[in-house]
Every structure is written in C-alpha cells, then in structure tokens.
Design a protein around this ligand. Structure first.
Ligand code: COA
Length: 147
C-alpha cells in the first residue's frame, strides 16, 4: 500500500468527512454534525486549509490548519496564527508517512501565505511526529475552559 495514496485539497463538501476525523473518538460522535456545520463555510472562505490523502478516491487521511486572526507577534508580524487541526490517518494506513506529508505540505503552503506561527493540541501518539516538524512544547501558555 505504501505510496499508493494521492493528495488533494479539502473542499467545503468534505466537511462531514473531516468532522469524522475531528471527532474520531466514539465519545465525540455526537459533535460531528455541529463541527461539519461550522467547518464547511470556513473551508469555502479559506479560513480553513485542508489536505486529504486518498486511495481510489476513498479518503484515508487528512490534516488541516484553521487560520486565526491572532494579532501580530514578534515571530509572526502578519498576525494570522495557524491552528493545526484534524490530523488523522485511517488505522490501516498509518506509519506510511501520510500525516507527515500532508501536514508538512500544509505548513509550507501557510508559510508562503505569510503565516509563521502555528499551535496545536497533541495526542501522545502524534507528539514525535509534530516534534519532527518543528513543534516544541510551549510551557508559557495556560487555558481556561468549562468542564
Ligand atoms: C497520529 C497519526 C495522525 C499519525 O498518522 P500517520 O499517517 O501514521 O503518521 P506518519 O506515518 O506520517 O508518521 C507516524 C510515524 O510513522 C513513522 N513512519 C513514517 N513512514 C513510515 C514507514 N514507511 N514505515 C514505518 N514507519 C514510518 C514516522 O516516522 C512516525 O514515527 P514516530 O511517531 O515515531 O515519529 C495517526 O496515528 C492517527 O490518526 N492517530 C489518531 C488521531 C490522532 O491522534 N491525531 C493527532 C491529533 S493531535
């Protein structure tokens, strides 16, 4: 199966499919419809940039970046922050470089658009992948959330 996948840009019509990646855990299934509803218009307007890996037109992996109006920082004077989201590869297709390839290409594309700072929330299994793409732990941040 290695290298038998190809890459295409995510379209607004892929929103439901990407929502399955976003909410892949069984306990998050109930959030898929709402996420898809949020996502579709943002793909259409360019505020979400996504790539999908396909095999015989079936999507086997995906990765995305939400462009956030963050404000200029030292590292990122343009002010748009890239929030990495929805990095997912179907279990049978893992460890073949799909996530690395999709995200690497997205980061390069965003850099070309002037986006020079990215953040993300990781899972333990994705941590070394993100490290290898230049992400570092960032201890200065805190978060307040409900629940
Ligand atoms: C995390 C996840 C996206 C990785 O997807 P993937 O397509 O398997 O990722 P890659 O193949 O690009 O890289 C994964 C590992 O496979 C290794 N790898 C890449 N090509 C390989 C190959 N041909 N043979 C063996 N290993 C390979 C990579 O070096 C990497 O190893 P590492 O984790 O030790 O750094 C996938 O496991 C997943 O969907 N998990 C569930 C959802 C999730 O956790 N997403 C992250 C949200 S933050």
């Amino acid at each position: 199966m290695e290298n038998s996948w190809t890459t295409r840009e995510a379209l607004a019509s892929d929103a439901e499919l990407i929502a399955v990646h976003a909410c892949h855990r069984p306990e998050d299934e109930g959030r898929r419809a709402g996420y898809a509803e949020w996502l579709g218009p943002r793909i259409g307007s360019g505020r979400y940039l996504g790539l999908l890996a396909t095999h015989e037109e079936v999507v086997v992996g995906g990765a995305g970046v939400v462009l956030l109006d963050w404000g200029p920082t030292r590292a990122n004077p343009g002010g748009r922050m890239g929030r990495v989201a929805n990095v997912f590869t179907a279990p049978a297709w893992r460890r073949q470089g799909i996530a690395r390839s999709l995200l690497g290409r997205l980061l390069t594309h965003c850099e070309a658009l002037g986006v020079h700072e990215f953040n993300l929330g990781t899972t333990p299994e994705a941590r070394s992948l993100y490290r290898s793409l230049g992400f570092i732990d960032y201890a200065a941040e805190m978060r307040r959330r409900r629940g």
